[in-house]
Ligand binder design. Structure first.
Ligand SMILES: CC(C)(COP(=O)(O)OP(=O)(O)OC[C@H]1O[C@@H](n2cnc3c(N)ncnc32)[C@H](O)[C@@H]1OP(=O)(O)O)[C@@H](O)C(=O)NCCC(=O)NCCS
Length: 145
C-alpha cells in the first residue's frame, strides 16, 4: 500500500502479523487478548485488516473492517501502540479502511467509539449518528450503570 519513512501501512498477513497484533490488544488491555484463538478467527474472517509496521517488522498499529462489499461497512478495533500515538498513525490506518469502502458506493461507514476516542473520529470527518436524526441501538453483555 503506502509508506512513510520507516513505517509501512499494508494489509495483514495473519501468520506473520498475528503475534504483533495480539501484543497491541494486550498493551491496551482489551478483552480480546484473553482469547487469542478467537481473535485469530475474528481477524481471518474480517473483510479487510490493516497493520502499520516499523522497518524492523514491529506491529505498531492495527484496524479491521467487516463489510458486505456492496452497501455497508463496520470498522472495528483501531489500535495504535501507546508509544506511537499522536503521530498520525491512527489517521493513516483509518483512512486506509475508509478509502477501501468509498461513500460514492457505500451508504455509510459505521463504528462504535470507545470513551475518549470521539475527538479522534471527529478529526477523521466522522459524526455521531444523532447528527443525522438517527439512533444507534446495541445489545451487549455489559450492563449500563
Ligand atoms: C484512538 C487512537 C487509535 C488514535 O491513534 P493516533 O495514532 O494517536 O491518532 P493520530 O495521531 O492519527 O491522530 C489524528 C488526529 O486525531 C487527534 N486525536 C488522536 N487521538 C485523539 C483523542 N483521543 N481525542 C481527540 N483527538 C485525538 C490527533 O490530535 C490528530 O489531530 P489533528 O488532525 O489535529 O492532527 C489511539 O489513541 C489508540 O490506539 N487508542 C487506544 C485504543 C482505542 O481507544 N481505539 C479506538 C477504539 S474505538
Amino acid at each position: 500500500m503506502t509508506t512513510t519513512p520507516a513505517i509501512t501501512f499494508r494489509e495483514v498477513v495473519l501468520d506473520d502479523d498475528f503475534s504483533g497484533i495480539l501484543d497491541l490488544y494486550r498493551a491496551h488491555n482489551w478483552t480480546h487478548a484473553r482469547s487469542p484463538e478467537r481473535l485469530k478467527v475474528a481477524i481471518a474472517a474480517s473483510s479487510f485488516a490493516v497493520v502499520a509496521v516499523t522497518g524492523d517488522g514491529t506491529v505498531i498499529g492495527f484496524a479491521r473492517a467487516m463489510s458486505d462489499e456492496a452497501f455497508a461497512v463496520y470498522i472495528a478495533d483501531i489500535l495504535v501502540a501507546p508509544e506511537w500515538q499522536r503521530r498520525g498513525i491512527g489517521r493513516r490506518i483509518t483512512r486506509t479502511l475508509l478509502d477501501r469502502y468509498p461513500l460514492d458506493t457505500f451508504h455509510h461507514q459505521v463504528l462504535i467509539a470507545e470513551p475518549g476516542a470521539e475527538g479522534f473520529y471527529r478529526r477523521l470527518g466522522m459524526a455521531p449518528v444523532s447528527l443525522y436524526g438517527l439512533t444507534a441501538f446495541i445489545r451487549t453483555q455489559d450492563r449500563p450503570d
